[in-house]
Ligand binder design. Structure first.
Ligand code: MRU
Length: 344
């Protein structure tokens, strides 16, 4: 799969994911406000991908501000960071990435020109690290998969939710590279249909067998014995559970009821071990995403209210293991290993 975004000649080039699966088109940005908007409107989405986009947005901001005095440069950069962070509230990688860029130049005694080149290098490093991290997640996760397994996943935590390779889909990719016969069942993932549009697109692109089901089918498909493992991604993992795309919690409940292992795959940059459920803002998006399918067909009578929470919370009791770049951890061991917060 091609990278979801790249830094090319001081521009950020990304796949416009709002057009998938019908069109594979690229958009380019030379200003941080453009990148910030692309995060908000979900041209780019998925926690690790928006983290790297945010870092690249900071790199563009640093280029824009390098003619300023050092104090002005640092102030403007901090403001740009706050602006980028304000685009979406739940995926912690967005905050992690902006903070990592700011931290990289903290106390560095150089002029804005040099500071900007340090920031650009850091953003490029974060791009490469994302790919390497996902490959490690894939290697550890593939050990959980047996030849012939069918894996159920929710939303898109694949190559397109990261720079490349994916988090939840990385174990599938590695297992397939190892010669195991693995197929995927993707929940369609209402209301923005990331499973149907994006997971199905990228797996078909890479010739990995995939079928799409309506979200409500997951429990029955499990009961029929068609699923051996569930693997989902995460937008934020706190010390008590996992925030991921709306619908994940119900998949986890069905998996528990059917004795199917439920794994969460995510990089360490998605961990926020100093927080619990009550600390996290769950994004609520425009209710029209629910009432008007893909902005085209209204399916709810005029005047009826819709709720559109973008993420839910799955308590650790329902999670068999969390797959990070360091290994596979039962939740208790995960909390033990990464607490206090060691993300930076
Ligand atoms: O709203 P999105 O598309 O940005 O949400 C992405 C998800 O919730 C994915 O399921 C994913 O697991 C987190 S990103 C790897």
């Amino acid at each position: 799969m091609i990278p979801s975004l790249e830094w090319i000649d001081n521009k950020v080039k990304m796949i416009d994911q709002t057009l998938l699966p019908h069109k594979l088109e690229f958009i380019e940005f030379t200003d941080y406000k453009g990148v910030a908007k692309s995060i908000k409107v979900m041209n780019i989405r998925g926690a690790p991908a928006i983290g790297v986009a945010a870092a690249m947005g900071m790199a563009l901001a640093s280029i824009e501000f390098k003619g300023l005095s050092k104090d002005e440069f640092l102030n403007a950069l901090n403001e740009a960071g706050e602006y980028i962070k304000s685009q979406r509230p739940t995926a912690v990688n967005l905050f992690w990435a902006v903070d990592r860029i700011l931290k990289r130049i903290e106390g560095v005694d150089e002029n804005p020109d040099i500071l900007s080149s340090i920031i650009v290098e850091e953003a490029k490093n974060m791009w490469q690290e994302d790919i390497d991290t996902n490959k490690s997640i894939g290697k550890h996760g593939a050990e959980m998969l047996n030849d012939g397994d069918t894996v159920l996943t929710h939303c898109n935590a694949g190559s397109l939710a990261t720079v490349r390779y994916g988090t939840a889909l990385a174990p599938v990719r590695v297992a397939v590279e190892q010669g195991k016969k693995i197929s995927v069942i993707a929940d369609e993932t209402r209301p923005r249909l990331q499973g149907a549009r994006i997971t199905a697109f990228e797996l078909q692109y890479d010739k990995i067998p995939v079928k799409v089901i309506s979200d409500g089918s997951a429990g029955l498909i499990m009961r029929l014995g068609k699923i051996q493992k569930v693997i989902v991604g995460a937008d934020r993992i706190t010390s008590d559970g996992v925030f991921n795309k709306i619908g994940t919690y119900m998949v986890a409940l069905a998996a528990r009821d059917n004795d199917i292992p439920f794994y969460v795959a995510a990089p360490v940059s998605t961990l926020s071990m100093s927080e619990t459920f009550k600390d996290v803002e769950i994004e609520q998006r425009d209710s029209k995403e629910v009432s008007i399918v893909l902005g085209q067909v209204q399916i709810v009578p005029n005047g009826v209210e819709c709720l559109n929470f973008a993420f839910d919370f799955t308590p650790f009791e329902l999670v068999s293991g969390v797959i990070t770049e360091d290994g596979v951890f039962p939740p208790k061991a995960l909390v033990e290993k990464y607490k206090p917060d060691k993300r930076c």
